[in-house]
Design a binder for this molecule. Structure first.
Ligand code: ADP
Ligand code: MG
Length: 370
């Protein structure tokens, strides 16, 4: 269920050009995030997929079929839609909110309610909340109901417009984590809108950065976006600390470790039955270890552990939890520095063929087509 925008523009009747010649593909079974500052055409682009907004020119195809080839109502049956404030029916209970669409589609009420209970559990809501009204739930719980409701008809495509923006940061983190877990099970084709670049990087398999005037500035994987922003706008939007953020994608496997018995800053690692305990100083005192990383962790996790360690060195363990070496902060810093040099080299080399928007959308198509 890939979604394809082919030279799509939208000009509202008042003359506002909301989307300017958008060409990109949201691949099947993946999360594509539209991110950018307010007013740059993200919502308009999203709503053109399920025909809540009609393009002025260009075409949108789902699995190669133009969205206008069938009645909008029929199209929307295959497309779940989640919005910021959940958009729940205030006078229906939680379970009835989730069961409404299946019932409209002819599923018996008993069957639809049974399935609604299952879905509520799937999105992390207890059955005890099912008979409440939306106003009796927290914002985060309402948002979960919104997701359950969008999933009720089991649509292959989900559109989500700022689904996690209205809740506080702690709730947002848990909603994001559960959303990723759920998507791991469901594998829907998802297009999500957010103005939050961190959320885009965290959730997106592909991230499309929109700029003022409804222009697509770049579409790429999060890692590519951080490593090689297409232009100054994208570089500014992803942030100056992107080198550090990029560490989240580099794996700790590329670090080479020293033997676990190596003395570092006067401290030696204490190991019990292969497991790290702490760091012993010259007087025999043992200082707590900051924890350990595995080769599957990120470079960022390893760097954090080294910074927190009394020895300034992080401990690596194997999958069995046993120590297989240590790595000093300086060594991690060196790997980071090398990656940054490589990134600058990539930016420099790519500058010529990325000097215009077309160049960057070509990059995007290559990425999306992968
Ligand atoms: P975003 O979701 O990125 O914040 P929108 O797609 O909502 O952006 O809006 C893009 C531009 O189109 C903005 O300038 C907005 O004011 C304008 N716009 C959105 N909806 C309408 C509308 N119904 N009529 C006129 N202009 C609109
Ligand atoms: Mg919007």
């Amino acid at each position: 269920m890939a979604i394809e925008f082919d030279q799509v523009s939208k000009r509202y009747p008042d003359g506002t050009l909301a989307v300017d010649d958008l060409t990109l593909t949201a691949p099947s079974g993946a999360i594509t995030v539209f991110v950018g500052p307010s007013g740059c055409g993200k919502t308009t682009s999203l709503r053109m997929i399920n025909r809540m907004v009609d393009p002025t020119s260009g075409a949108i195809r789902i699995d190669g079929v133009d969205v206008t080839a069938q009645p909008a109502a029929q199209l929307r049956r295959r497309i779940g839609y989640v919005i910021q404030h959940a958009g729940l029916f205030p006078h229906r209970t939680v379970v009835d909110n989730v069961a409404t669409v299946p019932v409209l589609e002819g599923v018996s009420r008993a069957e639809a309610r049974k399935r609604a209970y299952e879905l509520l559990e799937r999105v992390g809501l207890s059955a005890a909340l099912a008979e409440r009204y939306p106003a009796q739930l927290s914002g985060g719980q309402q948002q979960r109901v919104g997701v359950a409701r969008a999933l009720a008809a089991d649509p292959p495509v989900m559109l989500m417009d700022e689904p996690f923006s209205a809740v506080d940061p702690v709730v947002r983190e848990s909603l994001q984590a559960e959303f990723l877990r759920l998507q791991g099970e469901l594998g829907k084709t998802i297009v999500m809108v957010t103005h939050d670049i961190d959320e885009a990087i965290k959730l997106g398999d592909h991230v499309a950065v929109f700029a003022e005037g409804g222009r697509l500035a770049q579409v790429a994987t999060p890692e590519q976006l951080l490593a090689a922003p297409a232009d100054d706008f994208v570089a500014g939007f992803v942030g100056r600390d992107r080198g550090y953020r990029g560490l989240s994608f580099a794996t700790a496997a590329e670090l080479s470790v020293e033997p676990a018995g190596t003395e570092v800053a006067g401290l030696t690692l204490v190991v019990d039955d292969g497991r790290p305990v702490g760091w012993r100083d010259g007087t025999g005192r043992v200082l707590a270890s900051a924890g350990a990383f595995t080769a599957a962790d990120t470079l960022r996790a390893a760097a954090d552990l080294a910074l927190l360690s009394p020895a300034g060195a992080a401990v690596r363990v194997g999958a069995d939890g046993r120590v297989d070496g240590i790595v000093r902060h300086a060594a991690i810093a060196e790997v980071i520095r090398r990656r940054q040099v490589e990134r600058i080299a990539v930016e420099g080399a790519g500058a010529d063929d990325r000097s215009d928007v077309e160049g960057s959308s070509e990059l995007g198509e290559r990425v999306s087509g992968a």
